[in-house]
Structure formats: structure tokens, C-alpha cells
Design a protein around this ligand. Structure first.
Ligand code: SF4
Length: 336
């Protein structure tokens, strides 16, 4: 198994999010006004090529909406996404799929139960007309071997496999086109604990083998600590802290990050994130608190916090987000 690489500020960027936002209009009829939900709020983030960026936060914080924007499944309301330095705003989904692929949480629902495994894994090659049928079959065999599945798996159906084997199939399908960036959306949270470590180690090995970059979305901090180079902590649609794994795990600055780490959550598959010990629950995202969105739950909130929203600031440079010091931690708190 390989270990996470050291954070490298000089590496070219695989992914850059520039002031990305996504809002949804909810409800509204003759009697009631519609409400606006800001699922992603002015998020700027840089992910160097070959690294793993962990994205953590409670359920409903906007992580999965962010993933959907990156995969072209929903357009952003504002801001830009750059992959390898190129904006993807006008790219169609087929073109995007050459560069970016997802691995989802649930290998049971993400695989077509009526297709054989070789058909499932080879589908992206057929869609993009890459190689002859013989070359495609050879690539499928090679990919199945790389993810640790026996040759006979090619003739099986998803229903004949265990959860861990199905997730290996999903990984093979995601990587067969050699994408630049992989969005891993809770890829182990539906698996038995005994299988989780095997899948995480496989993902790390394949990252090194293919030079991949991962955006790894999870609410399980133990998982993220195992493989992330950098971490971004999300709360109510905003990044509240970002830094290297060491910075976040050894010296978290934001009170929300501190609460997440103190709770050391490892929820059971299928369950929501339990109480993280902050007293009040998450606010209604259609009525976000004024000032710092975290202030109703913050143990060190001051009067200023309910009035003035803190900027995500590079602590060492004292500069605002999106500046050129990616190895320095950024924190959105007046009193970090
Ligand atoms: Fe807490 Fe205030 Fe910092 Fe927000 S700005 S995290 S409320 S101390």
C-alpha cells in the first residue's frame, strides 16, 4: 500500500474551483413564497495534480452538490470549474467523462444488475468508441486484474458478487478510460468495516499507478486521515477550513473542525451523521444565520460573529481566499 504524498504547492492543478455557488428555488405557490437554498456558497479550492483532497462535513453541508457540479450533473449558479487549467463550463458530459469519473457510495445501485461485469466495465470504451472489440475486451481483463478481481468475474452479474467486489467493479469502470480526476463520493461507507480498508488501499495503489487525482468526499474522518494529502472542511455550503492533513489533524483552527475531530465519527452504513456535541443542530439552510453561519453552534462565538461573516483567510499571509499560498492553512473564523 502506498501512503499519501506530501502536499506540494508547486504541482500543477488538476482541479480549481473559483467562487463556485449553487442555489435552488424551493416550493412556492399562490399562498407561500418560494425559498432559496444555497447548497454551495462561494467555494474556491485548488487540488494539485496527483494528490487526494478530502472534503468533509456533516450530511447536507453541500459536499454531494459540489460533486454533481463537477460531474456535469447540475450547472453551477455562479463561478467556474477548471480541470487541468481549462474551464469546463461549455464542455458536454461525454467530453467531460474523459477527464473526470465518479465512484459512488452504493455499489448495489450504481451497477446495472442485468449486465455482465465485462459489459459494465467496458461500457465507457464502447460509448467513446475507443479501440476494437478485441482491444476493449483486453482492457477490461487488464482492469479487472488491476482491481483484484479474478478472470471469471467478467462473466458474472452484480448480484453474484459481494459488496466489496461490486465496489471493485465500480472502480474498474471509473478508471478504464484513465481519467485525470476521480470524484470518490463516500466510496466505502456502504461496505463492511473489514472490506473498507482493502478498498481504500486499492484506491491509493491505483492513484499511484495511474497518476490520478482524487476529490474524496466523506464524513468519516478516520477514512480521510488514511488517504488525504489535503483536507477541506465544509459547513452550510462554505469551506470553513482548508489545509494539509497534518495541519487539520494536529492543529485544527476552526471550532467546527475541532468539534468534528473531537467527535471522531464513524457512522454505521446508511445512518446519518450523529450529534457532534455542538448542542444546537444544523440550521435551516434556507434561512442561514447572519454573520458567521456557524455562530448559533459555536462554543466561542462573540457578538461580532452574528453580524460579520468571516472570510476564508490564509492565516500566515493574512490574504483572502484563492491566493498563491496553497500550503498554508485557510480558516474562516474571526478568532482562529
Ligand atoms: Fe465561532 Fe465566531 Fe469563529 Fe464563527 S467567526 S467560528 S462564530 S468564533
Amino acid at each position: 500500500m502506498s501512503s499519501p504524498t506530501a502536499a506540494n504547492s508547486t504541482a500543477p492543478l488538476a482541479l480549481e474551483l473559483c467562487a463556485l455557488s449553487k442555489t435552488f428555488k424551493l416550493g412556492g405557490d399562490m399562498l407561500r413564497k418560494s425559498r432559496t437554498l444555497t447548497a454551495v456558497n462561494n467555494v474556491s479550492l485548488r487540488v494539485p495534480r496527483g494528490q487526494v483532497m478530502g472534503l468533509v462535513g456533516e450530511s447536507g453541508c453541500g459536499k454531494s452538490t459540489l460533486a454533481k457540479i463537477l460531474l456535469g450533473l447540475t450547472p453551477p449558479s455562479a463561478g467556474d470549474v477548471l480541470i487541468n487549467g481549462k474551464a469546463i463550463a461549455n464542455a458536454n458530459q461525454k467530453a467531460l467523462a474523459r477527464h473526470i469519473q465518479p465512484i459512488f457510495q452504493d455499489p448495489y445501485s450504481s451497477l446495472n444488475p442485468r449486465q455482465r461485469i465485462d459489459q459494465i466495465v467496458g461500457l465507457p470504451l464502447r460509448i467513446h468508441a475507443i479501440g476494437t472489440a478485441k482491444e476493449q475486451a483486453a482492457k477490461v481483463d487488464e482492469m479487472l486484474e488491476l482491481v483484484g478481481l479474478p478472470k471469471r468475474a467478467a462473466r458474472q452479474y452484480p448480484g453474484q458478487m459481494s459488496g466489496g467486489q461490486r465496489q471493485r467493479v465500480a472502480i474498474a469502470r471509473a478508471l478504464i478510460m484513465r481519467p485525470d480526476l476521480v470524484i470518490c463520493d463516500e466510496p466505502t461507507s456502504a461496505l463492511d468495516v473489514s472490506v473498507q480498508a482493502q478498498i481504500l488501499n486499492l484506491l491509493l495503489d491505483l492513484k499511484d499507478e495511474f497518476g490520478l487525482t482524487y476529490l474524496f468526499i466523506s464524513h468519516d474522518l478516520a477514512v480521510v486521515e488514511h488517504l488525504a494529502d489535503r483536507l477541506a472542511v465544509m459547513y452550510l455550503g462554505q469551506i470553513v477550513e482548508e489545509g494539509t492533513r497534518e495541519q487539520i489533524f494536529t492543529a485544527p483552527r476552526h471550532p467546527y473542525t475541532q468539534a468534528l475531530l473531537a467527535s471522531a465519527l464513524t457512522p454505521e452504513p446508511g445512518l446519518g451523521v450523529p450529534d457532534i456535541g455542538l448542542g444546537a443542530g444544523q440550521p435551516d439552510p434556507t434561512r442561514p444565520p447572519t454573520g458567521c453561519a456557524f455562530h448559533p453552534r459555536c462554543p466561542i462565538a462573540q457578538p461580532q460573529c452574528s453580524q460579520q461573516p468571516p472570510k476564508l483567510t490564509n492565516l500566515v499571509q493574512g490574504a483572502s481566499q484563492g491566493t498563491t499560498q496553497p500550503n498554508q492553512p485557510r480558516v474562516a473564523c474571526h478568532f482562529a
